[in-house]
Design a binder for this molecule. Structure first.
Ligand SMILES: Cc1cc2nc3c(=O)[nH]c(=O)nc-3n(C[C@H](O)[C@H](O)[C@H](O)COP(=O)(O)OP(=O)(O)OC[C@H]3O[C@@H](n4cnc5c(N)ncnc54)[C@H](O)[C@@H]3O)c2cc1C
Length: 322
């Protein structure tokens, strides 16, 4: 059976051409293809047209602007992110944790951020999914993770989004209605089968990182083996310490919900890091995370790892800033 289906491939050289092509029904962008192609081979979607973004100008550069902002084109590869002196350490840590060297040489930042959500009932062969009556995310009408659920609970497992989110990254989007800029966090929504807020025809063009003077940030992921593996739980923390107090704190998680999410931690700003603050941070992470049985690894372990990583990173950044 040909699960890949028949589709056309277009490689536009201008943004106008790309946006126009993507506005048509059944069109989908492809960048490095490291997420999309394995999914297509499993029959997980049937696009009529793949719009290859790789020939677009000015999308593969990392540029420092006069005000200190760093603009990263969506087609910058993860390998180039890791190698660039302009990229903050937390983002490099996240990019370096993605898959293996060949994936990072081919995979792009835009593709990483816009990657599909994953689930143990979805990332399977066609015959496996059919034997299970398919699922709410694709071809079926039931979520096997949460029975009788109103929505799909497939999980977002991208590594880089949380690291960028704690650094107040903005996304530059272009589409049929022109261009717009949003906070990166607003690119996502908590809906496993429709987790991006992009409208038809829109593509992610670039990410901008403001200069964040006095902040330190870090990212760490939990995985069963130190090799090619999506984050079972991933945490990014950015912290600013001034006069023995937390002057700024930002925490984001991945591998837990259908979107990478910011954890509300404003109440901790102004306090001194210690056991009580670590306890409250853990509570906030627990409240934000909705870890379910969407991977083969148990939800309890993933939930515990989120709490442990958040406390560990915040504590390390606090000490580093002393
Ligand atoms: C074995 C394996 C292990 C992996 N491990 C990890 C991991 O540990 N962590 C992790 O984060 N990822 C992982 N990945 C997923 C993937 O390799 C990376 O996320 C990679 O960065 C995706 O980039 P890409 O350019 O190849 O995306 P593509 O496959 O080209 O695209 C991915 C999705 O994004 C859309 N898209 C691409 N570019 C744009 C754009 N500019 N605007 C709008 N939509 C766009 C595509 O339509 C598609 O839906 C893994 C993949 C494999 C196969």
């Amino acid at each position: 059976m040909n699960l890949l289906g028949d589709f056309n491939l277009l490689r536009p050289t201008s943004l106008d051409e790309a946006v126009k092509a993507l506005s048509g029904e059944g069109a989908q962008p492809i960048a490095g293809g490291t997420d999309l192609l394995p999914n297509l081979r499993r029959g997980l979607s049937k696009p009529k047209l793949l719009v290859d973004l790789s020939a677009l100008d000015h999308c593969s550069d990392i540029v420092a602007l006069p005000d200190g902002t760093v603009r990263i084109g969506a087609l910058v590869t993860l390998e180039a992110l890791v190698d660039s002196p302009l990229i903050p350490e937390a983002v490099k840590q996240a990019a370096l944790g993605v898959a293996g060297p060949t994936h990072r040489a081919q995979g792009t930042l835009g593709g990483n951020l816009c990657q599909d959500t994953r689930c143990v009932f979805y990332n399977q062969s066609d015959w496996w999914r059919e034997g299970n009556g398919f699922c709410l995310k694709y071809q079926g009408d039931k979520c096997h993770v949460v029975a009788k659920s109103d929505r799909c609970y497939a999980t977002y497992h991208g590594d880089i989004a949380p690291a960028l989110m704690v650094l107040e990254a903005r996304a530059e989007i272009v589409g049929p209605e022109g261009s717009r800029r949003i906070l990166l966090a607003e690119l996502f929504r908590e809906k496993g089968d429709d987790h991006l807020t992009l409208s038809p025809g829109e593509i992610l063009l670039a990410i901008s990182l403001p200069a964040m003077k006095g902040w330190n940030a870090a990212y760490e992921k939990a995985r069963v083996r130190e090799a090619i593996e999506f984050p079972l739980a991933g945490v990014a923390v950015a912290l600013k310490r001034e006069k023995g107090r937390i002057a700024g704190l930002r925490v984001a998680i991945t591998g837990a919900n259908s979107a990478p999410l910011m954890v509300p931690v404003d109440e901790l700003v102004g306090q001194e890091w210690g056991d009580a603050v670590a306890e409250t941070l853990g509570k906030q992470v627990r409240k934000t995370a909705n870890v379910l049985k969407s991977t083969i690894t148990g939800a309890k372990y993933r939930r515990r790892m989120l709490l442990a990583l958040a406390r560990k990173l915040a504590s390390q950044l606090w000490i580093k800033a002393a």
